[in-house]
Design a protein around this ligand. Structure first.
Ligand code: FES
Length: 327
């Protein structure tokens, strides 16, 4: 996961101070960072698929997936794409992060966990979406769970970690698909969805995820066996104005079109635990006491959204005139 947006945020929960012990180019416009604890002690354990919040600059937090072997405790590795549309996040990492620099990160959190039932897996990466899937590949290899790794990139020079994958124990599982290569090596969704027992994990740009998701739906693929990680989402705040009552805080605010619930609440002095501010991380998930949210997040499942018991104030709005939140 790699997100870029403009709003300020803070590292949630317990911060970790780490040192960038190695910065290197992983591919065209992709930098690899190796982080170690400043006291050279073990870092908190993480699961495959997890990400960390990185304080890119004071008050500017971005989320990046951990891509090294989850069995490692001495380091965290990140792969970060310079996003041409970046408004501060990845550009700052590429331009300012250096070897030896101390940075603050959050503890690992995982919204993209692997199944644990022994069924085979198919990992499908689009570009920098390879990062969480790399950690998954390590974990699956350690568990001796059969899997394949489809890695789609525009061109060979953009295939970050390609050499590492080829040299790894799971190198034979890799299938590289180049946009500028011959048609016969392109990603085949028939191959991805060939084994009805498999769990499919997909991470990449929205269009790529949409392509894989549509392919799953058209093949009648069970929803519970497709797992996706969105790493860049633009969430519109267009819509009708409504009121939000923050019941625990004893505050009611008006939320006009173009303004998020979170901003309206924070302007009124009600703290909201924000991180991605794009509806993908779940940090701001808030219980709904009354009213009907208009869910615009990618974090909750369809079933959870139908239940209307929680909403994400960073991006979701309200269908009802008044929304009452437990905050
Ligand atoms: Fe990430 Fe709201 S801050 S979902």
């Amino acid at each position: 996961m790699s997100t870029d947006n403009t709003a300020t945020a803070a590292i949630p929960l317990r911060p970790l101070m780490v040192r960038i012990v190695r910065r290197e180019a992983a591919a065209t416009e992709i930098v690899r960072l190796e982080l170690r604890h400043i006291d050279n002690i073990d870092l908190p354990a993480f699961e495959a698929g997890a990400h960390v919040d990185v304080e890119v600059a004071p008050g500017l937090v971005r989320q990046y997936s951990l891509c090294n072997d989850p069995a490692e405790r001495h380091r965290y590795c990140l792969g970060i794409l310079r996003d041409p549309a970046s408004r501060g996040g990845s550009q700052t990492v590429h331009d300012r992060f250096e070897d030896g620099q101390l940075i603050t990160i959050g503890w690992p959190r995982n919204h993209f966990p692997l199944h644990n039932d022994g069924a085979p897996a198919v990992l499908v990466a689009g570009g920098i979406g390879i990062t969480p899937l790399l950690a998954m590949a390590h974990a699956l290899q350690a568990r001796s769970t059969p899997f394949s790794l489809h890695y789609c990139v525009r061109s060979r020079d953009r295939a970050a970690f390609f050499g590492d994958i080829v040299a790894s124990a799971f190198g034979p599982a890799l299938q590289l698909h180049l946009d500028d290569g011959p048609s016969e090596q392109r990603l085949s969704l028939d191959a991805v969805f060939a084994d009805r027992h498999a769990h499919v994990y997909c991470c990449g740009p929205e269009g790529f995820i949409g392509h894989v998701t549509v392919g799953a739906t058209s093949r009648g693929w069970p929803a519970g066996q497709l797992h996706v990680e969105h790493f860049k989402v633009d969430v519109s705040q267009d819509g009708n104005a409504f009121l939000v009552e923050a019941r625990r805080s004893g505050v009611t605010v008006s939320v006009p079109s173009g303004v998020t619930v979170a901003k309206a609440l924070m302007d009124a002095g009600v703290p909201v635990a924000l991180s991605c501010e794009q509806g993908v991380c779940g940090s701001c998930l808030t219980p709904v006491l009354d009213g009907i949210p208009e869910h615009r997040d990618q974090y909750q499942t369809d079933e959870e959204k139908l239940a209307n018991s929680h909403m994400t104030p960073c991006c979701s709005r309200s269908c009802s005139q008044v929304l009452v939140l437990d905050i």
